[in-house]
Structures are given as structure tokens and as C-alpha cells.
Unconditional design. Structure first.
Length: 153
């Protein structure tokens, strides 16, 4: 099974949406194998958003992502990266389809509620950035057979 990173951004924290969002992932059948609240700083944000550091809007990202602590999660499941990306929707909440997390809860490209890894490779890098190995747990929930058929791959 794949693992992926999800960050519940300050816009989710401020608006009290964390329970609803976490519930959606659990309802889908994704397994939370790591979760913690942390305060992001400029150093980790410059690393995480290295591809955007030179953009004129990067200071807004810094301000937004440091406004409150965030919740970082490691989610596990078959095709977890793609599944989470489909659930989160388009980056700009105004363009995200209804039924997606951003489509239901966001009206912004920046204050877009969640970050989700965009590939299996990125997920590995990002999980290592936000979690120590001992903070991610490998276990199988007893009800897993009710989410996946025996031949799921």
C-alpha cells in the first residue's frame, strides 16, 4: 500500500474543519498511520515550497502557512496518492468540483484547506520532511476487509 502526506492548513484549522476533513479520509477507507500538530517555520516552508520561493506571492504563502499550527498526516491505502488528490480537488477552490474537499470548503487558490502530495516520489520526500520514522506506524485495521476486496491491488 502507498503512503501519502496531507497537511491540514491554517485555513482548515481556523475554520474548524479538521474533523470533517479527517472524517472524509477515514470514511473513504484511508488509514491514518501518522498524525500530529506542528507549527511550521520559514525554514521548512522554504524547503517544502522550494519550487515557489522565487514567485512574487511566496511571502503570502509564508504568512498563511505560519498563521496557526497545522495538522500533518500520513495516510495509507491502495493508490493513496491518487485517491487523496482526487478527494482534495483542484488547487484553486473556486475551480474544484463540488464533493471534493476544496470544492466544498474553499474559495481560494492559496487558502485552499489542504496540501496533498502529488506523486509517490514526492510523498516519500514530504513524509520524511514532516515525520520521524518512529512517528509513522504500520498496522492493519481490523475492518480493512470491508474497504477492499481480497483481490484489490
Amino acid at each position: 500500500m502507498e503512503q501519502t502526506l496531507v497537511i491540514l492548513k491554517p485555513s482548515a484549522i481556523h475554520r474548524g474543519l479538521t474533523g470533517k476533513i479527517i472524517g472524509r479520509f477515514q470514511d473513504k477507507g484511508l488509514i491514518i498511520t501518522g498524525m500530529k500538530m506542528m507549527q511550521l517555520d520559514e525554514t521548512i516552508l522554504r524547503e517544502h515550497y522550494a519550487h515557489l520561493v522565487e514567485k512574487p506571492f511566496f511571502p503570502f504563502i509564508l504568512d498563511s502557512m505560519m498563521a496557526t499550527p497545522v495538522i500533518v498526516m500520513c495516510l495509507k491505502g491502495i493508490d493513496a496518492v491518487e485517491t487523496v488528490r482526487l478527494m482534495t480537488g483542484a488547487t484553486n477552490g473556486r475551480k474544484a468540483l463540488p464533493g471534493t474537499i476544496r470544492g466544498d470548503f474553499s474559495m481560494s487558490g492559496q487558502e485552499n484547506i489542504v496540501h496533498a502530495s502529488d506523486s509517490v516520489e514526492s510523498a516519500k520526500i514530504e513524509l520524511n520532511r514532516f515525520f520521524k520514522p518512529e512517528e509513522i506506524f504500520d498496522y492493519t485495521p481490523s475492518d480493512l476487509s470491508f474497504f477492499y476486496s481480497p483481490d484489490a491491488n
